[in-house]
Design a protein around this ligand. Structure first.
Ligand SMILES: O=C(O)CCC(=O)N[C@@H](C(=O)O)c1ccccc1
Length: 369
């Protein structure tokens, strides 16, 4: 692959409704898109970093600078390039996994589009559809939450994930169970809002038959999650802590989790995400595809990954209309029975709609070797 140019484009997309988690409330997405132009095709990728460094240390402006000033120069200096060489070329730069993931994915998309190979096939997907779950915002009051959950269940979502934080945990979970019954697949996500001293409190969630409790403690408190797992019966799932296949291995070996949420941007790209998948599969640890409020560009790529065999739990890959009135791509839609078809086109199988992209673009810059 000979890179002729790389476009870095900033896009501002309003969210259809505010999305509140334990660490922030988002009303729009400030997105960095990377477009790699080669002599044979062009590839797209979405950087999953959000505007502020509140989920992880990365943030959109920072990722933009890292890509422009530290990652692309290393790519341009390479005498030959393919997607497998991107991570080794970028390795001297420490961290910045979301920025690296966007660069690697855009190169991979261009390469696969030129070869006419779908990303799902390249990664080894065996499924044609992904089970779709939905992530539910924190609300000011339980009635609003129940209305939202009712809407998602009517839409066909196979699993409900409730964002929780101290003061908004037992009551909303109990209310959802009471209103919608015991058969609804239900899990919670704390985004590191609790501490080890909350163990007994979190154990009260065991009464509600949850699939898992996601990332209750701080990203770095691996031992704390292992300690929690001895008090809480509900399976512990890690998200923020699992930044690589090595981190997945350490967390599983330490007994910190029995389920892993895989987000390609968080671990440095789809090739590392496949390694996380494989490490978990070897350890008998089921995984599911997480989400970062991606547009159709990121969602389409996540669908390809979600088709791998050890993705056995419902994903956070919801339909486009969960977050956007107008997606950057053709809308990604869910079937009545709560599944989303994995794109079959070359590469990620989608591209932005030019008119929508133009309307939402905040800035764009083109860098050349
Ligand atoms: O459906 C989605 O794409 C979002 C799923 C979700 O809840 N993502 C959360 C998370 O903590 O996993 C998140 C969103 C935005 C930024 C960081 C994290």
């Amino acid at each position: 692959t000979n890179i002729e140019a790389v476009e870095l484009r900033r896009v501002a997309i309003p969210l259809a409704s505010p999305f509140r988690t334990s660490f922030s409330t988002q009303t729009e997405r400030d997105v960095l898109l990377v477009r790699v132009i080669t002599d044979q095709a062009e590839g797209w990728a979405e950087c999953v970093a959000i505007a502020d460094p509140l989920y992880s240390s990365e943030f959109t402006d920072g990722a933009h600078r890292i890509v422009a000033d530290h990652l692309l120069p290393r790519l341009f200096a390479a005498d030959r390039l393919n997607a497998d060489l991107v991570a080794p070329l970028l390795e001297p730069v420490r961290g910045h996994r979301m920025a690296k993931a966007a660069v690697e994915t855009a190169v991979l998309d261009a390469q696969l589009k030129a070869a006419g190979v779908p990303l799902s096939r390249h990664l080894g997907a065996t499924a044609t559809h992904v089970d779709s779950g939905v992530s539910v915002s924190i609300y000011d009051a339980v009635p609003e939450l129940l209305d939202a959950v009712a809407g998602y269940l009517d839409a066909g979502y196979r699993r409900i994930k409730l964002k929780i934080e101290p003061g908004w945990d037992i009551e909303p979970v109990a209310a959802v169970r009471e209103r919608f019954g015991d058969d609804v697949l239900l899990q919670v996500d704390a985004n590191s809002a609790y501490t080890r001293s909350d163990a007994r409190h979190l154990a009260r969630l065991d009464a509600f038959g949850l699939l898992l409790i996601e990332q209750p403690l701080d990203e770095e408190d691996i031992a704390g999650h292992a300690e929690l797992a001895r008090v809480v019966r509900t399976p512990i799932c890690l998200d923020e802590s699992v930044v690589s296949a090595q981190a997945a291995y350490e967390a599983i070996r330490t007994g910190a989790c029995t389920i892993v949420n895989i987000k390609p941007g968080r671990v440095g790209g789809y090739l590392e995400a496949r390694r996380v998948h494989d490490v978990c599969a070897a350890a008998g640890i089921p995984v599911w595809a997480g989400g970062m409020l991606e547009t159709g560009i990121g969602r389409a790529a996540n669908l390809a990954l979600g088709g791998l065999p050890n993705f056995t739990l419902p994903s956070d890959i919801s339909a486009s209309d969960r977050y956007f009135k107008q997606d950057l791509t053709e809308p990604i839609t869910m079937t009545e029975d709560g599944r989303i078809e994995i794109p079959t086109g070359p590469g990620i199988g989608v591209a932005p709609i030019p008119e929508v992209l133009a309307e939402l673009t905040v800035s764009t810059e083109v860098l050349k070797p």
